[in-house]
Write a protein that binds this ligand. Structure first.
Ligand code: LMR
Length: 396
């Protein structure tokens, strides 16, 4: 029977990592997948995570199943980070959170909840967006539509295109926003634009959804929640898929969350019962390790302060690489203006390199970049930046 099966195309991001692993050239550089590298080129286990894990090993008494929605203390941590410590949404019990296997797992839960429980079947995503969004939502049974986002000439947000394409979004349609550090462009709306979008969403009756995978990588955990919190002020219902893969460096522990905000506590509980059915039919209940680690850190003031300091270290190092990258390209006589890279947020830069240039970088220089031209700046170090800039200067 299997002879009828045809091969699937390689994943645009993780497929690149597979190809990178197989590449035997010792000078190879992987700027494909969004993974933080320190100055030594390692993806470290955060110090606060190591401490929390030691405590967990000491204190853990069972490996019993978690509940369908996961660890309660973890859900509380997620909500405080999303909405703020003293948010009324939390006090009024309008939010329910399910621990999820990574941000991707949370997106899939959201997709199935929309497809099965809501009157709409349509989700609007930005063009461009994370390469997996369309696949996740289509697999959940949704129709995916795109709104304009990026002005390739200005290398900036095309806010007018965004507004004009969203004129076609109907009341009840789901509109997906990136909480911060838009993937792949690194360009976020300004505070004023967030305010405008939040009010527009309420006026139009959209159901806003946030993919929030990089909280803390733009300016800080509180600052980066500005857009989401503006939406929460004006919109009675919200869906959020969040992740601690990046900001806690817990990539392979799959630590994400699906959060639903409803009009009131009753409605939140009723909707959440359907979310639990979706989870039960998918993976039954979540794994515990990473979520336990996050809950330990967030509930210990000293570890929490350590985490914030380590997150700031990661954020500052990426910012330093952005500035250096722009300088080094200019010093190689590249006359194209790359200064926009220093203004973008988070792990990624949308470089403007063409598919052909990206191919040449891989074939001739062993430099791996996503086909869209997205560069993971988080993978640039002082040790690889010269080779990287030499390669880019050559293909330009
Ligand atoms: C990325 O965009 O590189 C990350 O979100 C990792 C992934 O799963 O694609």
């Amino acid at each position: 029977m299997f002879e009828k099966v045809t091969a699937a195309p390689a994943d645009p991001i993780l497929g690149l990592t597979d190809a990178f692993r197989k590449d035997t050239r010792t000078h190879k550089i992987n700027l494909g997948v969004g993974i933080y590298k320190d100055e030594a080129g390692q993806t470290p286990v955060l110090r606060c995570v190591k401490k929390a894990e030691a405590r967990l090993v000491q204190e853990q008494t069972t490996k019993n199943y978690l509940s369908i929605e996961g660890i309660e203390a973890y859900g509380q941590v997620v909500q405080k980070l999303l909405f703020g410590e003293d948010a009324a949404i939390i006090a009024n019990k309008r939010a329910r959170t399910a621990q999820a296997p990574g941000g991707t797992g949370a997106l899939r839960i959201a997709g199935e909840f929309i497809a099965r429980q809501l009157d709409t079947n349509t989700i609007w995503i930005s063009n461009p967006t994370w390469a997996n969004h369309r696949a996740v939502f289509t697999a959940a049974g949704l129709e995916v539509k795109e709104y304009g986002y990026y002005n390739a000439d200005a290398k900036d947000l095309d806010f007018n295109a965004m507004l004009s394409s969203l004129e076609d979004a109907k009341a009840g349609d789901v509109v997906l926003f990136h909480g911060c550090c838009h993937n792949p462009t690194g360009i976020d709306p300004t505070a004023e634009q967030w305010q405008q979008l939040a009010k527009l969403s309420a006026d139009k009756g959209w159901l806003p959804m946030f993919d929030f995978a990089y909280q803390g990588f733009a300016q800080g955990t509180e600052e980066d929640a500005f857009g989401l919190r503006e939406f929460a002020k004006h919109n009675p219902e919200l869906l959020i898929a969040s992740s601690f893969s990046k900001n806690f460096g817990l990539y392979n522990e799959r630590v994400g969350a699906f959060t639903l905000v409803a009009n009131d506590e009753d409605s939140a509980n009723t909707s959440f019962s359907q979310v639990k059915s979706i989870i039960r039919a998918n993976y039954s209940n979540p794994p515990s390790h990473g979520a336990n680690v996050v809950a330990i850190i967030a509930n210990d003031p000293e570890l929490y302060a350590d985490w914030q300091a380590e997150l700031a270290e990661m954020r500052d190092r990426i910012q330093e690489m952005r500035t250096l990258f722009v300088e080094k390209l200019a010093s190689r006589g590249v006359n194209q203006d790359f200064s926009f890279i220093a203004r973008q947020n988070g792990m990624f830069s949308f470089s403007g390199l063409s598919k052909e240039q990206v191919e040449r970088l891989k074939d001739e220089f062993a430099i791996y970049i996503v086909g869209s031209g997205r560069i993971s700046v988080a993978g640039i170090t002082k040790a690889n930046i010269d080779a990287l800039c030499d390669g880019i200067a050559a293909v330009l």
